[in-house]
Design a protein around this ligand. Sequence first.
Ligand code: AP5
Length: 226
Amino acid sequence: MTQRRPGVALNVVMLGPPGAGKGTQAERFARTHGIPKISTGDILRDAVRSGTELGRAAKATMHAGRLVGDDVIIGIVGERLELPDTRPGFVLDGFPRTVPQAAALDSLMTGRGPLVIVEMVVPEEVLLRRLGARRICGSCGVNAPIEWITACGNCGGTLVHRTDDGEGIVGERLKVYHRETEPIVEFYSGRPTFRRIDGNQPPDAVTAAMDRAICEASAPAKEVRL
Ligand code: AP5
């Protein structure tokens, strides 16, 4: 398992198309290493559920499978990274998603230590199958594992399909991914801390591959004292 070296931050970005498993793996990695998972999709869905101003503004865009504006998202992540729990590191799930977001993250990283970027690769037919089968809790939003039949194991809420997992919307999300997000793979791929892993394996095998990749990518990085 990746060991967080004392005094060195473990900053990770998860890249990959819808359904690649970013959220699943980010959750595991964050829990194992005691660092926060920051998911822009979760933040936006919470805002939609709570009916906040952000949620009301983002709802139609998300349900159409398009991206929320860069300024809004960069503002959300910038504020979140100011909180002290991110000093030992963080896992970003769903951000950055455009080149301007990636450039903004570089600015936010000044003085924070290395950024490890993990791209998860999964064939499109597998993504479509996963998203078609996914259910989430309608109350707390957590992804439902297969053993939860009708009710959420966390809060007892009803399991539902995610609104943007409908067939037509998934197609739009994949198009948006190819057009807006794939260019940031090129933005990052020349860096020594960029790694690509096979996301089309059982979840535990993906976790192990991710751990190896992050361990290897962060080993030679220059240490930044906290
Ligand atoms: P977001 O929530 O980020 O959605 P996404 O990127 O489309 O990703 P998903 O949550 O669909 O997939 P995932 O890769 O996390 O896979 P997961 O682990 O869930 O964004 C939603 C929307 O918010 C966007 O469309 C946009 O409108 C807006 N937004 C968010 N961030 C934004 C930003 N930065 N800028 C602008 N707009 C933004 O797994 C999927 C399923 O597969 C689950 O059922 C899971 O159990 C299963 N699974 C996972 N791994 C495996 C495995 N190894 N084998 C078998 N099944 C698996």
